[in-house]
Design a protein around this ligand. Sequence first.
Ligand SMILES: Cc1ncc(COP(=O)(O)O)c(C=O)c1O
Length: 402
Amino acid sequence: MISNEKYIELARTYGTPLFVYDGDLMLERYNDLFRFIPHERLCIHYALKANYNPALLSLLRDAGAGIDAVSPGEVVLALALGFDPEKIIYTANNMTDAEFDRVMKTGVTVNIGSLSRLSKCAKSHPGAKICLRFNPDVCDGDNVMTMTGGDLTKFGILLQDADRAAEIAAGGNLHIIGLHEHTDSGLQHAESVLKSMDNLMAIATGERFPELEFLDFGGGFKVPYKDDETPIDYISMGKKIAEKFDNFCAVYGKQLLMRFEPGKFLSAECGTLIMEVNTIKHNRSRTIAGCNSGFPQLIRPVLYGAYHKIINLTNPDGKPALYDVCGNICETGDRFAEQRELPEIREYDLLAIKNAGAYCYSMGSVYNLRPMPAEAVIRNGEVADFRKALTDEELVTRILQK
Ligand SMILES: Cc1ncc(COP(=O)(O)O)c(C=O)c1O
């Protein structure tokens, strides 16, 4: 665990805004999953979209993780970092023919989520080994925009089309080696995972799909963002998952691999964004704490209304007051928190935004032409990897490049 004093020291050394990642915590979360789901054929494929910091990815690679990639760029990065193609699953949606061909050539497992793409694959890549993504028909998640199962989403083949999918695959002599579903991000109910597993297993019969090597149940494991959140009982959930999978394999008649693809669970808690307050402003009823970061660097509060805990690192014992914690971007909605009670914030205080390791840097942009912050990965209390921010001039040079 990184202490507040260490965050302050890092901010003083490297400047702000600064993303700090606790590599040890990420590995702890990776190991937690094996503790929760007691199954010898469990494989964890990290959802790279959550955070693509190369040093963090290397830690997971060395620990034995695979990758869930959702674009050719993510596949290229995972391969460049030495992930075994057999441990990469490519689950893009609405992919072009060119993207599909390109990724098929790399040897990673391509996960197809529409009958249309499946028909094209049967024609263009007869005899290929592929995975099929189904919509599990279960709705869960912490935000409507991250619910991926059920009627309203664009993802996966409908369960009712399983026979049609098997028929199309057979037409192209395709080998269906895996079936996949992903229900949500920010799981609210353990039962949803179990129900989605049941629904996928119900169509995964030996008659329909005789060549299965794995079932992939996606990501979605939540981590607490607020102190008073009801936690998921992962020990009890994991035990049920393992039992359910064993029962399935016994009926299927083969010991398949069980895959999960967590992103947030592995990386959210390990990340912290440190920023400095430069302006305190009293706008009649509101006090605004203006910081040197903004929503392009951590967009979840603006995009999803997500709550991120904020800590006043340099004045933790200040008298509590309500603040709008705002960024430096030309948008009224550029707020990390609205009317949040925090210890008195003064100009030049350092604030830490917690759970900034998932879907923060990776969703970032240089809107307003502010370069993304530097990133420091900490191992055993020391900086193990540092990636500097682009200077304004470097950013502009890239923009001017043709
Ligand atoms: C196919 C797929 N797998 C895994 C994940 C990871 O989800 P999470 O970060 O909530 O674990 C996502 C995220 O949206 C996804 O779309």
